[in-house]
Design a protein around this ligand. Structure first.
Ligand SMILES: [Zn+2]
Ligand SMILES: [Zn+2]
Ligand SMILES: [Zn+2]
Ligand SMILES: [Zn+2]
Length: 218
């Protein structure tokens, strides 16, 4: 689905929002989750950001992991109490999708509900799949468990199990790399004309880590 360049007449903010690359990581004013890269920003200069997914609110791609369920967008947690996102295992504090088909409905951050199913590191034919469980230890936090809670979230993993990251950990890697790239002027110059995505940023760090893990095992 093509992205809308400008969102107008939202009841969330008095000014139109335009889709453009953020200059720094931001906290989304919809779901309250950190983001970076392309997002909706106020055209009048307010400090107001929406993830693309929090602005467009299309049916979640992750729906296929929850058989027979449909998800509805909500601006506020309709059931009250603490809710944990089934994909990243972090708290729901703003916008969410809630499933309509269970007694204890699943909930997802909008930015987690529309993650790509397959990612590929640049310059390789490696494929990394979004999985609804954690198969091996995460390369960032070193653990299979992401949270003390029952919900552990989804992961990105290669089919051979060499590459495995919690979704939340991969997002943190992306944010860290974003900050680093802004501290190194030559990296900015290199990347100025390229759209930076979570995956581009994450894998600059990820690729060597993955190879290191492989080398140690041999
Ligand atoms: Zn958001
Ligand atoms: Zn504004
Ligand atoms: Zn989430
Ligand atoms: Zn992790």
């Amino acid at each position: 689905m093509p992205s809308l360049q400008t969102l107008r007449d939202l009841d969330d903010h008095p000014h139109p929002l335009k889709l453009k690359k953020s200059k720094a990581p931001f906290i989304c004013d919809g779901c309250k989750v950190e983001g970076f890269g392309f997002c909706y920003q106020c055209t009048e200069g307010c400090d107001f950001f929406f993830h693309k997914e929090c602005g467009i609110r299309r049916p979640p791609a992750c729906q296929k992991f929850f058989e027979g369920c449909e998800f509805k967008f909500h601006k506020k947690n309709p059931l009250g109490g603490d809710r944990i996102c089934d994909v990243c295992a972090l708290d729901i504090q703003g916008f969410l999708y809630q499933s309509t088909c269970r007694k204890n409905p699943n909930v997802l951050h909008p930015c987690c509900a529309n993650l790509p199913m397959i990612i590929s590191p640049p310059y390789t034919d490696m494929k990394i799949y979004l999985c609804n469980k954690i198969k091996t230890e995460c390369l960032k936090c070193g653990s299979k468990k992401r949270s003390a809670d029952k919900v552990q979230g989804f992961s990105y993993a290669s089919s051979d199990g060499e590459f495995c990251y919690h979704v939340a950990c991969l997002r943190e890697v992306g944010v860290e790399n974003w900050i680093k790239s802004y501290c190194q002027p030559d990296v900015i110059a290199d990347n100025e004309n390229k759209p930076l995505s979570l995956i581009d940023l994450a894998l600059k760090k990820v690729a060597p880590v993955g190879m290191g893990a492989k080398a140690r095992k041999q």
